[in-house]
Structure formats: C-alpha cells, structure tokens
Design a protein around this ligand. Structure first.
Ligand code: FES
Ligand code: FES
Length: 162
C-alpha cells in the first residue's frame, strides 16, 4: 500500500503526516497525533461519534482513508473547536441544558453543531435536527441536545463570530 506524505492544517497548525494511504483519519488523529477527543463507536460511518470538519464540512473520520485528504487540507477536531468562541458557547449550553449523559456521542454532536452554527447562526429546530441526523445518541432522546444548540445559537449575536 502506498504511503502518503502530506501537510494538513490541523486545528490551525500545520502538521506533517506520514501514513499508509488506507489508514483511517480517525486512527491518525487519535493514535498518531494524540487527538483523542474524536470517539469511535460504530466504526462504520453510521453514528457520527468520530465526526471532524474537513475543509468546512463535517465528515465521519472512521471511514475516511487519509489518502483521500489533499495536501493542505483543513482539519478541525473537537480539540480545536473547543478553543473557538462558538465551540465554547455550544459546550456551555450542552452543560447548562443537561444534554450530556454518558457523553460518548457529545464530541461528534458538538462538532456537527459547530459546523451548522458557523454556516447558520439562527437555525430552526428542524434545521438542527437535520444537521445532527448523522449523530446518534443512545441516552438523551435528542430533545435536550436540540435545546442546547438553540440556546448556543441565541447567544451568538452577543459574541464575536469566530
Ligand atoms: S465511529 Fe465513525 S460514524 Fe460511528
Ligand atoms: S449522551 Fe450517551 S450516547 Fe449520547
């Protein structure tokens, strides 16, 4: 199998990556780079626990071979999102609303919520549901998660967009 040598912009910093082209992005992030905030649950692209943002779009990293990521790709993980203002608003809202139970789905939920709110800071409940449709939660029943994203969105005008 061929090996890729690429430089990606991970959470705002250039990172040189060398890995077999078929290695999963999730494994490179967690095992090679120590970014363990992205979780693995299904490992089949079905649950969203491993969601990261690549070039502005949420993707499931457990089924993405690194050979498909171009040199210079922008990769944003939960570790980068929690340093951003909107990311902090989302995390705070999840805590305040009580939208976290076991927590395993939450990094992926926050990543997908961030991707939505950066594009659309005033989403309807339906838009939020659609944006989080690929993120499964076994604990919460989703209502509090939707409420948390709405609460975070309501606070964005008071914060500087970033
Ligand atoms: S672990 Fe990647 S989608 Fe479930
Ligand atoms: S809080 Fe447990 S899976 Fe979502």
């Amino acid at each position: 199998m061929s090996t890729v040598h690429r430089t990606w912009n991970i959470n705002g910093k250039p990172v040189r990556v060398r890995a077999p082209a078929g290695r999963r992005l999730l494994d490179v992030l967690r095992e090679d780079l120590g970014l363990i905030g992205s979780k693995e649950s299904c490992g089949e692209g079905e649950c969203g626990a491993c969601t990261v943002i690549v070039d502005g779009e949420p993707v499931v990293s457990c089924i993405l071979p690194v050979g498909q990521l171009a040199d210079g790709a922008d990769v944003l993980t939960i570790e980068g999102i929690e340093k951003k203002r909107i990311g902090r608003l989302i995390q705070q809202a999840f805590i305040e609303v009580g939208a976290v139970q076991c927590g395993f789905c939450i990094p992926g939920m926050v990543v997908s919520s961030y991707a939505l709110l950066v594009r659309n800071p005033k989403p309807t409940a339906r838009t939020i549901r659609e944006a989080l449709a690929g993120n499964l939660c076994r604990c919460t029943g989703y209502a509090k998660i939707i409420a948390a994203v709405k609460l975070a969105a309501s606070r964005i005008p008071a914060a500087k967009r970033k």
